[in-house]
Design a binder for this molecule. Structure first.
Ligand code: BTN
Length: 343
């Protein structure tokens, strides 16, 4: 795993990164490990172990220390592992990965992917310090609990060829979640993934390159997997995580590595197909997952608020709304359900 430079003295960084990762791997089992044991396994002093453990606290990891027993991360931790992710992928999707970069702490996986700009580059992080949501919002990104994934893909034909892409990404995510055993996951235009009207995942597409020619798209996905209550308190809308859905549906907890495998297995072939097929190939499936279909909605744009009945989406992914009996198409804006009795 990669760690940010400022955590380490540069000359020592490589060694320190290996030690910190080894400590995390040992503590990931949720059991107690004494300072002596950790030091012995790593071949470092107890003081060095203690210094590393200090770095875990600011990450929000619930480190417990009990005299005579040692240290443990309550509830354990499943770290992301490249081999576990790629081994569970089908070979066609695996072949579409250019680079699988798993970072420990980063500003934003989308920022990393934008900087790399290479088709097939996948960035995952255990934590984001500046996770970006849509409309300038922050994406709450605590360490080791959720999934923060960005994939870069190159497209010919400029922005026009990308119409509906974020909706197709939503379809890929729902399919992946279904393959992990979760039912009832729906989509809200343009690109929210919901369960029982609560937000489970968000999608943020960012572009660079030529608006009329070849462009690179960064597909950023944030999936709430096991959101700690404290971090969840900072989210300003109704949310849900995979863990609570699985519990409610009587499933065992779903592994983060498995979720990433399934998401990449759906996402990468979709990105490859999208250039040829466009959104038309995903429209029917999107509509079958539409959380707001035939429901009264309010669409808020920068300059306007429109009330109507949601009719689904067009072939290019625009939202169809019946306003006073006439169908209108919308390419941007925020949709919410209209409450009974409001106009
Ligand atoms: C939304 O507001 O619904 C979009 C949220 C997108 C969050 C993801 S997390 C991975 C990637 N990196 C970011 O900084 N944002 C996206």
């Amino acid at each position: 795993m990669e760690w940010p430079d400022q955590l380490f003295d540069c000359s020592e960084k490589r060694k320190a990164v290996m030690e910190l990762n080894a400590i995390l791997n040992l503590l990931a089992d949720g059991e107690f490990h004494s300072g002596a044991e950790l030091g012995e396994v790593l071949g470092v002093s107890r003081t060095a172990v203690w210094k590393h453990l200090q770095k875990l606290e600011p990450l929000g990891l619930p480190l417990t220390s009990v005299k005579g027993k040692g240290y443990c991360i309550e509830g354990g931790l499943e770290l992301l592992e490249a081999n576990r992710i790629t081994d569970a992928m089908n070979s066609a999707a695996r072949g579409l990965i250019g680079e699988l970069d798993i970072q420990s702490v980063t500003d934003s996986t989308n920022e990393q992917a934008l900087a790399k700009g290479r088709s097939g580059y996948i960035c995952l992080a255990e934590q984001q310090t500046a996770g970006k949501g849509r409309r300038g919002r922050q994406w709450v990104s605590p360490f080791g609990k959720n999934i923060y994934l960005s994939a870069t893909w190159g497209f010919e034909g400029g922005v026009a060829a990308l119409e509906g892409l974020s909706l197709a990404v939503g379809v890929a995510i729902v399919t992946a979640l279904e393959r992990c055993g979760l039912g009832g996951v729906q989509l809200k235009w343009p690109n929210d993934v919901l369960w029982q009207q609560r937000k489970l995942a968000g999608i943020l597409l960012e572009m660079s390159g030529d608006v009329d020619g070849y462009c690179q798209v960064v597909v950023g996905i944030g999936l709430n997997v096991s959101m700690p209550a404290q971090a969840g308190g900072a989210i300003d809308q109704a949310w849900v995580d995979v863990e609570s859905i699985a519990r409610e549906q009587g499933h065992a907890p779903v592994s983060r590595n498995q979720l990433v495998s399934m998401m990449l297995s759906e996402l990468l072939p979709m990105l490859q197909n999208f250039q040829q097929q466009g959104f038309a190939a995903y429209r029917e499936r999107w509509e079958s997952l539409d959380a707001y279909r035939d429901r009264p909605v309010v669409l808020s744009t920068a300059s306007n608020r429109v009330s109507g009945l949601a009719l689904g989406v067009s072939e290019t992914g625009a939202l169809r709304v019946s306003v006073e009996g006439r169908e209108q198409l919308f390419n941007g804006g925020e949709v919410s359900l209209r409450r009974e009795g409001s106009s």
